[in-house]
Design a binder for this molecule. Structure first.
Ligand SMILES: Cc1cc2nc3c(=O)[nH]c(=O)nc-3n(C[C@H](O)[C@H](O)[C@H](O)COP(=O)(O)OP(=O)(O)OC[C@H]3O[C@@H](n4cnc5c(N)ncnc54)[C@H](O)[C@@H]3O)c2cc1C
Length: 425
């Protein structure tokens, strides 16, 4: 049986699902030796640094990733950034195929005045800050005013609003970063608006997430019933299933509003942001609405309007994605996940997407190259191997145990690296 060596760049869901799809081929015709490269000392991508800490069930997909990683034909090279520690060309030369699975992590900007004021941030900074991504420990999140505005109509906006409006005690049994739990405890924010540019029928929320919102034990959730009924009338019977399900979920929230708590999330539809005002700090946000301008006083604005992929030398990018046709990039290079499709789809979407790309990759392969192992190019580099990651993982889980948390995350690069018995190549 021919053995092919494949490099996967990025240890997020798309990278692991690509490895899984390669293994499914291995069983039948060919076998693959898989090397996965990850710039952070920790794998799992947005499952670790994106998914909200109060939704721990979603993170159990990491068990699937760990099973793939311990399958015997897999090596993790974490703390290795492609484009910096190794070039894409080096990988293309040594491996039979290179799969880009680097996601998209750069927050899109609103393009309105005032975005650079203190207190205006992107979800692309705020989310990794509360999730203990080591590059975002020092993000400044002012929470001294009683109101925050989240701009965006998707699940990330909803996560952000929920995290800001939760009773912080609800985060105690989660893996939220220690610094974020402290900050939420001291937060003065009691009212969080989610401002959505278009009407309810166009929002990109998914209905399970919407249906979860009223389960918050200490937070009112307010949606204007008339607006939802008007949207239902506009779409009529022709609405797609997802839209109908979303509108039903919103109507249910609107009809069962709670008002007894001192924390509130309120949805504002058809509010298009025009300007963030303030001197040095955010003072308010001005929106255009059908009835004219509306100004909302607030001290924090978080925009959650999508992500672009970060450029990596040697990889062609356009409009925030890797240039590709059905996952084929150029030469022996392929792309999967958010780097391929842009920031859409849940974790499971990356599985079917990766399978389809791996099918093409399998069709394209000719004879194995049998080139030298990559290790000589990593001489002197501190590589976090699977064994090292398992040491980090075990240390985090052990630190969480006495606090009844699933884990207590290392916050800085040094914290994380200290747990690993680093193998110097
Ligand atoms: C805030 C947020 C919350 C979400 N919540 C949910 C949810 O609750 N449920 C759900 O199903 N989906 C959720 N999603 C969507 C889900 O996270 C994505 O579908 C999925 O993570 C995309 O996978 P990916 O592998 O393409 O990218 P990522 O998960 O971003 O993984 C990319 C990996 O590549 C690494 N990398 C980047 N550049 C390099 C480089 N140059 N060299 C080496 N490594 C590199 C990154 O460090 C990262 O680990 C959420 C997304 C976000 C942003």
């Amino acid at each position: 049986m021919a053995l092919y060596r494949v490099a996967i760049i990025g240890a997020g869901p798309a990278g692991y699902f690509a490895a899984q799809a390669l293994n499914n081929i291995s069983v039948s015709e060919r076998s693959f030796a898989i090397d996965m490269f990850e710039r952070l000392p920790t794998p799992w991508g947005l499952v670790r640094s994106g998914v909200a800490p109060d939704h721990p069930k979603i993170k159990t997909v990491s068990k699937v990733f760990e099973k793939i990683a311990t399958g015997g034909n897999f090596r993790l090279f974490a703390n290795v950034e492609i484009g910096k520690d190794l070039t894409v060309e080096q990988l293309q030369d040594r491996y039979d195929a290179v799969i880009i699975a680097t996601g998209s992590s750069l927050g899109k900007s609103l393009g309105i005045p005032g975005e650079n004021l203190r207190g205006s941030l992107s979800a692309a900074s705020f989310v990794p800050w509360y999730n203990a991504h080591p590059d975002f420990t020092d993000v400044d999140v002012p929470m001294e005013s009683d109101t925050a505005v989240v701009i965006g109509g998707g699940n990330v906006a909803m996560d952000v609003a929920r995290m800001l409006a939760l009773e912080p005690k609800e985060l105690d049994p989660t893996d939220t970063a220690d610094h974020a739990i402290d900050a939420f405890r001291n937060s003065k924010i009691r009212k969080v608006y989610i401002a959505i540019r278009r009407g309810p029928e166009h929002a990109a929320f998914t209905s399970p997430e919407l249906r979860d919102l009223p389960k918050l034990e200490h937070t009112n959730v307010i949606i204007n019933e008339d607006e939802i009924n008007a949207a239902i009338a506009r779409v009529g019977d022709t609405a797609e299933k997802d839209v109908k399900s979303n509108l039903d979920a919103m109507l249910s929230i609107a009809q069962n509003q709670k008002t007894e708590h001192d924390r509130t999330i309120e949805f504002l539809f058809s509010h298009s942001p025009k300007e963030i005002q303030g001197n040095k700090d955010v003072k308010d946000v001005v929106f255009s609405t059908a009835n004219g301008e509306v100004t909302i006083d607030c001290g924090l604005v978080v925009s959650a309007i999508g992500y672009n992929a970060l450029d990596i030398p040697g990889i062609p990018f356009e409009k925030g994605k890797v240039v590709n046709i059905d996952g084929r990039v150029k030469g022996n290079m392929y792309v999967v996940g958010w780097a391929k499709r842009g920031p859409s789809g849940v974790i499971g979407t990356n599985k079917s997407d990766a399978s389809a790309v791996i099918e093409l990759l399998n069709q394209d392969l000719s004879q194995p190259k049998n080139k030298d192992d990559i290790s000589d190019l990593l001489k002197g580099k501190k590589v976090v191997t699977q064994k090292d990651w398992e040491a980090i993982n075990a240390a985090e889980i052990a630190a969480g145990e006495p606090l009844s948390k699933p884990r207590r995350k290392g916050i800085t690069w040094d914290d994380l690296m200290a747990h690993a018995e680093i193998y110097f190549f």
